[in-house]
Design a protein. Structure first.
Lengths: 248, 248
């Protein structure tokens, strides 16, 4: 089957089941060995990479569609997804799809809602579907060429993530269940793109009141054993819902 | 002309010129005499009030549509608008429009992007259009019943505004050109819904480096004359674009 035949088939399916003009793009971030990664895919017949995305079924909530799309790509459910912006410029895909026949679903104008997700890098197996040939983690500091306005979308996702880090707890899907303060700080530093002061960071994190000290029996060493923490799930979820404590 | 005939006419127009399934709702906030107001309208034949909104033309950018809708309601251009969330639940308008004929444009499912705006209460004249019978400022603490999911949208707009106040400067459209620190603090307190510490507030505001001290020759009084400030427009606009300085 040629690439275009595959997209033709996908087009017919979408016409039957999806809302026209409405799409979703997902920036899926993972944390691995002190670097921040994003999940990208390459569709058949395209040179450039893109963010995983999809459409919204006629009787499906927008957020539910985002969860379905993420699950299809990563196998992961129970992942925290956050809407961050809508991309509604005209001509978003014109250049990229110029050679495609007009009747294809994919050629219409789409208003795309961007979602970002933070996932556990180690438990995710990127899924290649029928219309893509690669789906891989790429380092945020070493990205390939991105299609359409996906560079903007990704940049906007990172900006939103950096802002929201002041209000929303992060780490639950990104760190092991028990972690040390330096591990948590490293994650924050990667997202914020800067070094943080150790004492201030600890004070701030404890102030959020979402950490529990773990009782891990230390192995006997000559060094002081590290202190392990985990998240208090109830407080963490409350903070996701209502925001972390802020001072003004 | 009956109310339904009016909506029928609006429906025909929209089918010709707008993208199906895509809509916009605006939460327009104004500041007046120490209270925060929101612009609401009442459509003909409806009991409940709603946020001003509209549709997106086939060849129009989403943000441009939001500016057009805001301008039509308020006469105001050059207003800072901020996207804050997409409302994509199924059945958002089902209950409210249950008695309307199926073929009407307004009956379809809409994925609505929410924008909020901060405007100068004193210079805005709310505009009543053909399909609405009232358009008025309502106090945020004394709201009438709202239609559809507009209560959620408004609540979500306020939440976003409260979050963004940490990153985005506010005041330029809400305060007189020259203002005092207590005036600015009052505005922040209204939006945040709490009293702020005077010294901390001043320190924080000065830290943002967007204020200019005004040289206003004081009238001779027995009191210490108030200090007036204005915004440094270039720095203010940069802060809108890149965010206010944050410490972590």
């Amino acid at each position: 089957m040629s690439h275009l035949d595959l997209f033709e088939r996908a087009s017919e399916l979408a016409y039957r089941s999806c809302l026209p003009h409405v799409s979703i793009d997902c920036a899926v971030f993972g944390f691995h060995e002190s670097s921040l990664k994003v999940l990208l895919l390459k569709m058949k017949g395209f040179d450039k990479w893109g963010l995983p995305g999809g459409y919204v079924k006629k009787d499906e909530n927008l957020d539910a569609a985002a969860y379905r799309i993420l699950k299809a790509r990563t196998g992961a459910s129970n992942i925290y997804l956050e809407q961050f912006r809508v991309f509604g410029q005209t001509g978003r895909s014109e250049h990229e799809l110029a050679h495609w026949p007009e009747h294809l679903w994919q050629k219409q104008r789409f208003i795309s809602t961007g979602y970002y997700a933070l996932v556990d890098y180690t438990t995710i197996i990127p899924v290649v579907d029928r219309i893509s040939e690669q789906c891989e983690w790429k380092d945020i500091d070493d990205l390939p060429d991105l299609m359409m306005d996906h560079q903007d979308i990704l940049h906007s996702a990172l900006t939103a993530l950096r802002r929201n880090i002041h209000y929303s707890p992060i780490g639950l899907n990104l760190l092991p269940k028990a972690f040390t303060m330096p591990q948590l700080q490293k994650l924050y530093e990667l997202i914020l793109g800067k070094k943080l002061h150790r004492g201030n960071f600890q004070r701030k994190m404890h102030g959020f009141d979402i950490l529990v000290k773990e009782d891990i029996v230390p192995v006997k060493t000559s060094h002081r054993p590290p202190i392990y923490y985990s998240f208090d799930i109830e407080k963490y979820n409350n903070a996701l819902k209502y925001g972390l404590r802020q001072e003004w």
